[in-house]
Design a binder for this molecule. Structure first.
Ligand SMILES: *[C@@H]1O[C@H](CO)[C@@H](O)[C@H](O)[C@H]1NC(C)=O
Ligand SMILES: *[C@@H]1O[C@H](CO)[C@@H](O)[C@H](O)[C@H]1NC(C)=O
Length: 134
């Protein structure tokens, strides 16, 4: 009898924990952008119930977890980490920044990995001026 009640309590507790638990999810997903060469580009990414580590990837290449990105002096990951904001800023955009970016949130305990893509299109200034002339 006692064991039955104990089992019931265990089941009840598991249910309470399961319903209270909420997966990490994107509060703000990055949107694809078009910027002119030389301009600043900001790709936004914000996560609610953040549990894992956040990083950006460029064409599948992971840029790391720190705000300063080694080898990419024009890139910074900035925002309010306590509120899950991890935006990627690219200053002085150049054609080599034209790529598919991905905001990645790693797994943690019961949280699954989540990923969101956005493409950055850098418009060549020369092209624009030649369009304007003709
Ligand atoms: C997201 O981007 C990666 C490369 O960075 C690519 O492999 C993947 O297919 C893309 N996913 C979607 C849904 O576009
Ligand atoms: C922006 O990048 C170009 C080369 O891509 C460089 O010539 C120029 O000096 C840079 N401007 C700034 C403000 O960093």
């Amino acid at each position: 009898m006692c064991a039955k009640i104990r089992n019931l309590i265990v089941v009840f507790c598991v249910l309470v924990v399961a319903t209270a638990f909420q997966q990490q999810y994107f509060r703000v997903v990055p949107r694809s952008l078009r910027v002119q060469e030389g301009a600043e580009a900001v790709l936004e990414c914000a996560v609610a119930n953040l549990a894992g580590q956040v990083q950006w990837a460029k064409d599948g290449f992971a840029l790391g977890f720190s705000s300063v990105i080694p080898g990419y002096p024009r890139y910074t990951m900035f925002g309010d980490r306590r509120h899950g904001v991890y935006n990627l800023r690219i200053v002085n955009s150049s054609l080599e920044d034209d790529a598919e970016y991905q905001c990645q949130v790693g797994p943690a305990q019961m949280h699954k990995v989540i990923r969101a893509n956005a493409s950055l299109t850098v418009i060549c200034t020369l092209l624009i001026s030649s369009f304007l002339i003709h």
